[in-house]
Design a protein around this ligand. Sequence first.
Ligand code: PLP
Length: 378
Amino acid sequence: MNTTSRIYLDNAATTPLDPEVLDAMLPYLKDHFGNPSSIYSYGREAKMGIEKARKQVAQLVGCTPNEIVFTSGGTESINTAIYTSVNYLNCNHIITTKIEHHATLHSVQYCEQKEHIKVSYLHLNELGQINYDELETLLKLPNTKTLVCLMHANNEIGNLLKIKKVSELVQAYNAYFLCDTVQTIGHYPIQFTDHLVDFAICAPHKFHGPKGVGFLLVNNRVNFPAFIQGGAQERNHRGGTENVYGIVGLAKALEKALNNYESYSAHVLELKTYCYQELKQNFEFLHFNGTLFENNLYTLLNFSVPDEHKAELLIYNLDMNQICISSGSACSSGSSIGSHVIAEIKPSYKGHHFRISFSHLNTKSEIDSLITTLKKFI
Ligand SMILES: Cc1ncc(COP(=O)(O)O)c(C=O)c1O
């Protein structure tokens, strides 16, 4: 298959590795291959790579280096923050929504079943927004130690949380705040100062970094035990030999993404706006989901096709024409899984949902090809 002719518009799922990031990683795959726990020079070189990356990352996101724990990515970080909050920080109540990523939802459900904690799901309106007054009411519940698990940006519909507002409420009621920032770190210059959160999450494969690595930001005020036993790595928090080249790549990807934030975000927002206008003009039967342009990620668009027949044709023909967008279904197996997010906010809606997500590497002419292909087949 000719990979160069493919149009990749699923950047919220993952992104291609930036060649500069690969260049930064290569020495740690080749020359500096030592085990960072070894005391001789090979080990020290590898250790220096990790500690330099930690300092750089901390500076970029506005925290101290000892608040960064490198992990294998978003899912591990979220699982860790939830299980540890319940098992060691004595949280007996979790406030969340039913449109979080499954890494959160399934961990919360596990704690509910196994640890018998109380779970409160915030109500959502048709656009997928929470009610901040309801959050405050739930934070006031007596005899509870609460963990609030709310994502900064929804990975399917792009809605952005008022993170500062939630942070203030959480602090006022002496609760903990886990914010799933997987879709925002690397896309916004967020600074985690003034105890903004207790836990934040980074997955660099969402901004042209490597897969299988990430970090969990744990605020210094949280007394956090070891969550993987078996070694003193990551200041005794996570045992196991570190993914040195991944960590180095993470720091490089974050540095590049944030240094270029102004130009990347302006370009990507222009693509989103153009794509939205073209879709709206050419296909009046589409319904757009989420808050769209108000308090929403500049990186993605989500729409529904009400007619099942049209939706199936669309999935098939986009794939045949080498255009990759997320269809929210397992079409290869023939079974439509659908989106738990749209199912939650529009329960009676029977259509099929699509997500287009952009990166600075995409172009207007790729959007034109998408629209031309759609017009040809619908
Ligand atoms: C919002 C959100 N949270 C968590 C994750 C999981 O991250 P990872 O793929 O690094 O495990 C993702 C990835 O799709 C995501 O979009």
